[in-house]
Design a protein around this ligand. Structure first.
Ligand SMILES: *[C@@H]1O[C@H](CO)[C@@H](O)[C@H](O)[C@H]1NC(C)=O
Ligand SMILES: *[C@@H]1O[C@H](CO)[C@@H](O)[C@H](O)[C@H]1NC(C)=O
Ligand SMILES: *[C@@H]1O[C@H](CO)[C@@H](O)[C@H](O)[C@H]1NC(C)=O
Ligand SMILES: *[C@@H]1O[C@H](CO)[C@@H](O)[C@H](O)[C@H]1NC(C)=O
Ligand SMILES: *[C@@H]1O[C@H](CO)[C@@H](O)[C@H](O)[C@H]1NC(C)=O
Ligand SMILES: *[C@@H]1O[C@H](CO)[C@@H](O)[C@H](O)[C@H]1NC(C)=O
Length: 475
């Protein structure tokens, strides 16, 4: 065997460091095979619902220059994470005070067949101008999602505290069946956006339908969701609008899985009208593929309870740490096969971990969770496909994606507390191709490291520091 200079240097340095401290090195082999392809990626993102869009626009005093900074961090591919998905809340409230999102039909028309009085303020709790700003920076997907129908369409006559849409299986109201009226209403929301120059690409009509929240929300099982999907699909078709249907934003992955049977059932299965199956990560994590051939998206998850850890990539594996989220994203993409991954809030004025970026009065504090997202979103662009990637170590985990121009982005998470030597082999990559590593850990935020040249067979060797994430991007 003839060793290249790089191999010899590598072996020498391995030998030297092994000699110096035998317990602090470990060798890991990574193998990437672009010929074996899996799901297509649609993107990454978050929501600014419940008035959080207004936080970005200075509700709590964020100056203009920092408003631009946040928008660039979230949506600009070069200056930030390049998020391509924004999840809007379709409001069901008759006002937009406090955290409420105002409805486009705030007044009860009296009956399902009465003429609705739709109103459009061109603002939508700050979400409309936010969508414009995001699109101007490269947004590709605007997911409009209703937490609830307006109260007058529901069994409990209230947008809050659960209740069902009047007319779904076993749920009746004295005022009649509001399913068609709700479908018309959702389509009208899309039309208002379209008429104002902004495309809503995806439409969802439930949020966490297993849970009667004190805020806006609506209960449903799979059968009841299916009842409505059939009507919504016909309504969209008749409208000639180009918008895809999602369902059901179950509170956890298991809850969403439990809805699949209802969506698949009957002579006219609702799943045939669905484009994306959506679920959240709260009660159960996305660690396995849902029982569907449709694309799946993880559309909401966050650390809602942990200690504030904006600057911690790794300390003890806490729920808000960067490494924790790097791992959640990698597992969802690799083991659950999701095509998208969305945090709950992108940026908000608070000192909790509910957002990726904390706005504190005038300041902008991107968390390590944000940089963990960016390690994926900046390089795993929409249209990329996940490809086969394996690691010789259970503690240095890997995922890899090939984009439409044949560039490969490979994410390694060194979950060990020692630096490891890695040899990465990407089959099909030619000798001499430049590979750029980007690192995030306690010391760095998406920092570009010195280029590496791939050797024969697409092989290169390098080190990954303890508790770090590195993304290797081929040129
Ligand atoms: C607005 O909605 C709230 C809560 O759903 C309700 O109590 C109130 O009566 C409504 N106000 C009007 C003017 O409809
Ligand atoms: C959903 O609930 C309805 C009404 O209670 C019931 O008839 C139906 O069987 C349920 N569907 C599923 C899939 O559990
Ligand atoms: C903005 O957030 C900071 C940090 O949580 C808080 O101290 C401040 O009071 C907030 N501003 C307003 C106007 O709520
Ligand atoms: C913008 O935020 C940064 C922190 O990210 C802060 O240092 C700076 O002072 C803020 N700019 C203004 C004009 O307040
Ligand atoms: C390595 O990974 C295995 C399997 O996930 C886990 O049980 C073990 O605790 C990890 N070891 C270290 C040192 O992180
Ligand atoms: C593919 O990735 C490279 C490197 O990150 C990037 O420059 C290029 O724009 C990407 N192409 C597509 C189609 O996403």
């Amino acid at each position: 065997m003839k060793l290249s200079i790089i191999d010899q240097i590598f072996l020498l340095s391995t030998f030297l460091s092994a000699t110096a401290s035998p317990t602090t090195t470990s060798h890991v082999s990574i193998s990437v095979n672009p010929k074996t392809q899996f799901q297509e990626i649609d993107g990454f993102g978050a929501s600014q619902a419940f008035q959080r869009a207004e936080d970005i626009f200075g509700k709590y005093g964020l100056p203009k220059v920092n408003q631009t900074l946040v928008l660039n961090l979230l949506y600009d591919e070069d200056a930030g994470a390049g998020f391509t998905i924004l999840r809007n809340g379709i409001g069901s409230s008759n006002t937009s005070t406090s955290n409420l999102m105002n409805s486009i039909e705030p007044t009860d028309p009296g009956s399902p067949s009465a003429k609705p009085d739709y109103v459009w303020d061109g603002y939508n709790s700050g979400q409309f101008p936010l969508a414009q700003q995001a699109y101007s920076r490269g947004l590709q997907t605007l997911y409009a999602n209703a937490w609830s129908a307006p109260g007058y369409m529901k069994t409990n006559d209230d947008e809050n505290n659960g209740g069902y849409l009047c007319g779904v299986t076993n749920e009746h109201c004295s005022t009649g069946n509001w399913m068609q009226a709700y479908a018309n209403y959702l389509v009208q929301y899309v039309r208002f956006y379209k008429e104002s120059g902004v495309d809503v690409t995806h439409l969802g009509f439930l949020n966490e339908p297993q849970f009667a929240a004190t805020y806006a929300g609506m209960l449903s099982n799979g059968t009841q969701a299916a009842d409505f999907i059939r009507i919504l699909a016909k309504t969209i078709k008749a409208s000639k609008l180009d918008v895809e249907i999602t369902c059901c934003d179950g509170i956890g992955w298991d809850d969403q899985e439990a809805m699949m049977a209802g969506l698949e059932a009957g002579p006219d299965p609702a799943i045939n009208y669905l484009d994306i199956v959506t679920g959240h990560g709260y009660d159960s994590a996305p660690t396995y593929a849902l029982s569907t051939k449709k694309k799946t998206w993880l559309t909401e998850w966050a650390d809602l309870t942990g200690d504030y850890t904006p600057y911690t990539f790794y300390e003890n594996g806490g729920p808000g740490e960067g490494m924790t989220w790097a791992n959640h994203i990698q597992v969802a993409l690799r083991d659950a096969g999701t095509s998208a991954f969305l945090y709950w809030i992108g940026a908000e004025n608070s000192t909790t971990n509910s957002a990726l970026i904390n706005l504190i009065d005038t300041e902008v504090i991107p968390s390590k969770r944000f940089w963990a997202f960016a390690q994926f979103s900046k390089f795993v662009r929409p249209g990329s496909r996940r490809i086969q990637a394996t690691s010789s170590s259970a503690n240095v985990t890997v995922s890899s994606f090939e984009n439409k121009s044949g560039k490969i982005a490979t994410q390694l998470l060194n979950q060990l507390d020692i630096e490891v030597d890695v040899s990465v082999q990407i089959s099909g990559v030619k000798a001499g191709v430049t590979v750029t590593p980007y690192i995030t850990n306690n010391d760095h935020d998406l920092k570009a490291l010195t280029h590496i040249k791939a050797g024969n067979g697409g092989l290169f060797k390098t080190q990954i520091p303890a508790k770090s994430m590195v993304t290797f991007v081929t040129a």
